[in-house]
Design a protein around this ligand. Structure first.
Ligand code: 9D3
Length: 264
């Protein structure tokens, strides 16, 4: 059975457009994934098809009415009784690699998108299993966040990624950022591809990738170093970095790594 994403949104065309390219779209065609949208406007009865109203007590922004949302959730649940209901909101926990992987173990998800100033709290209380955010910044609604969740989760659904692109090798699986990559030509604008990559010595190449990953992470996201369970020690990375020329450091993208970064 395909993993079924059901998105509740007043902008279904935004969802369909965003998911119409790349691996997600291919996986839909091969029936590994299913995507459907439910528009709360279907469940309005007035001529204006109203889905929102002013907040009680005043304040900026309109709030989405509970009834069209409840009916949308009930329609989704009628198709997938066991699916988790996730509300995309700035108040949610930020999505992580671990969370995306855990959600891929479900049989499907109902993703509820708010617009305007959010939704009536009673819908969250009565129907939402989990609240998720994409990060600590404001976007205009839940739709782009739902697309981010679907993209990240679907990568863990068996068969969605070709065997050539494995999720286990993704940088966040290891807790570190990825090493730099190079393709032809071997020399470009005065910069040469690191010699080790031509050695054909796969053990050596993998050790190099791990070391450079560690250094890139130390430079760009030192906060990740503490959380990662990498075997590579700070000392080993420092020794390797000290042996590099300024040109070699530039080519590895390590321009701004400083001696102090190893001692903090
Ligand atoms: C008007 C005051 N805003 C307080 C922060 C309320 C507000 C409600 C709804 C602000 C933005 C939104 C729309 N954003 C989302 O629905 C959203 C979101 C986000 O803004 N940031 C990160 N992740 C997400 S997931 C959904």
């Amino acid at each position: 059975m395909a993993f079924h994403f059901q998105v509740i949104t007043v902008f279904p065309e935004m969802i369909q457009a965003a998911m119409a390219a790349g691996v997600f779209s291919q996986a839909q065609k091969s029936s590994l994934l299913e995507l459907s949208c439910i528009n709360p406007r279907e469940f309005t009865t007035d001529v204006h098809r109203t889905v929102d109203d002013r907040p009680f007590g005043g304040g900026d922004g309109m709030i989405m009415l509970p009834e069209p949302l409840q009916k949308s959730i009930e329609k989704a649940k009628a198709q997938q009784p066991k699916a988790k209901v996730i509300y995309l909101s700035p108040q949610g926990k930020p999505l992580t690699h671990q969370k995306a992987q855990a959600l891929s173990q479900e049989s499907g998800l109902v993703l509820l998108c708010g617009r305007y100033g959010g939704i009536d709290q009673r819908i969250i209380n009565q129907f939402v299993d989990e609240e998720l955010s994409t990060g600590d910044y404001v976007i205009s609604g839940g739709e782009l966040a739902a697309c981010v969740v679907m993209d990240a989760v679907s990568r863990f659904v068996p068969g969605v990624l070709g065997h050539k692109d494995s999720v286990d090798k993704d940088s966040f699986a290891e807790g570190l950022l990825e090493h730099p990559n190079y393709t032809r030509p071997r020399e470009y604008q005065g910069e040469s591809v690191p010699e080790v990559l031509f050695s054909g010595h796969h053990k050596k190449i993998n050790e190099w990738k791990e070391l450079v990953s560690y250094l890139v992470t130390l430079q760009k996201r030192p906060d990740l170093i503490d959380k990662s369970k990498t075997q590579k020690t700070l000392k080993e990375a420092y020794k390797y970095w000290q042996g590099l020329s300024p040109q070699e450091r530039d080519t590895l993208g390590l321009k701004t790594l400083k001696d102090e970064d190893f001692h903090g």
